[in-house]
Write a protein that binds this ligand. Structure first.
Ligand code: FUB
Length: 321
């Protein structure tokens, strides 16, 4: 089905939009793409972002307000390079910005920064979250507990870890082996650490078997997102090198989850990344593509499109750009 999507901020390149409703408005926390001149490679070095902006709008059709820079790489004591995908959680009047960043040893870690308002500014904690690794944190609240989902292969470095430990040399599983899993972890009461060891989030096929590494149209690559619909938990993600946004359904925040289908077919540009939000009774997919930059995959533009569910709770596939 072809749906009309809206580019949200034509003035600048923004990607990986994480959208939430705070104080009755939609807030969006994207990555801030820029032209760094770094050559494209499988490591993603060309995604060399240096700060984050926050955006708000009173409805999906309304004017978008750019609240300006909310966190900059220069303000983060442990920073190396590359501010990748981020997300924000709200608890007890404070806002927590979780972000992906390489440390001074070029290892991706997850950081947290704290603010009093959804539009920031956010003050970074002095160190990364203990035991954190890889990229793409998604913050999710369920019954008063807060969780992070994270992970990404290739440039996202997830293949270097097994059982939450760095293994050298890190390798992807063989094609016939179970795929690497995204991770889920409950956050501590102060929202600044993990409350437990991160767990594997299992994505199963229709026969109850884990998806295999060679199943590139369905296995997890990066871009975790979680939302609830009619009492079920929907985990959605990008398949990376096959360029699909897919989803799987489970009964609780930890899973297991069973693969269901494609949310968004490939967009112009290599990456695809999203969030899903209910606002005033309708459901929206926030995502990005590289159409406005003429296909330059490191210069992406954020968009929103309405999505629909069928009577069985299946998300109807949206055609990408
Ligand atoms: O924006 C940098 C990276 O590209 C994100 O962390 C990935 O999910 C991909 O969208």
């Amino acid at each position: 089905m072809k749906k009309q999507a809206r580019y949200l901020f034509p003035k600048d390149y923004m990607a990986d939009p994480s959208a939430h409703v705070f104080e009755g408005k939609i807030y969006i926390y994207p990555s801030h793409d820029r032209e760094s001149g770094i050559a494209e490679n499988d490591n993603g070095d060309h995604f060399d972002m240096q700060d984050y902006h926050a955006f708000s709008l009173s409805s999906v059709d309304a004017e978008v307000t750019d609240h300006g820079c909310i966190l900059s790489v220069g303000d983060i004591p442990w920073a190396g390079r590359q501010l990748w995908d981020s997300d924000v959680a709200h608890k007890d009047g404070k806002y927590y910005l979780y972000y992906s960043l390489k440390d001074k040893n070029d290892v991706f870690r997850l950081g947290v920064a704290v603010g009093d308002r959804p539009e920031g500014p956010f003050v970074p904690c002095p160190d990364p979250i203990r035991g954190s690794y890889s990229i793409d944190p998604c913050a999710f609240e369920d019954n008063g507990q807060h969780y992070l989902y994270f992970g990404g292969i290739w440039g996202g470095q997830l293949q270097y870890y097994r059982n939450n430990k760095l293994t050298m040399p890190g390798q992807l599983p063989e094609v016939g082996q179970p795929a690497l899993c995204p991770k889920v972890v409950r956050l501590s009461d102060d929202m600044q650490q993990f409350a437990e060891e991160p767990r594997d989030l299992l994505i199963l096929d229709e026969k109850g078997q884990p998806l295999l590494q060679g199943d590139i149209d369905r296995r997890f690559f990066e871009a975790s997102w979680m939302h609830c619909y009619q009492g079920k938990y929907y985990f959605s993600y990008s398949t990376g090198d096959s360029h699909l946004l897919c989803y799987a359904i489970g009964d609780n925040p930890y899973g297991p989850f069973t693969y269901q289908g494609v949310i968004l077919t490939p967009v112009v540009g290599w990456t695809t990344h999203h969030s899903i939000l209910e606002f005033e009774g309708r459901w929206y997919l926030f995502h990005h593509d590289s159409v406005p930059s003429g296909g330059r995959t490191w210069l992406r533009s954020m968009k929103v499109v309405e999505i629909d569910y069928d009577a069985d709770g299946r998300i109807l596939t949206v055609e990408g750009s």
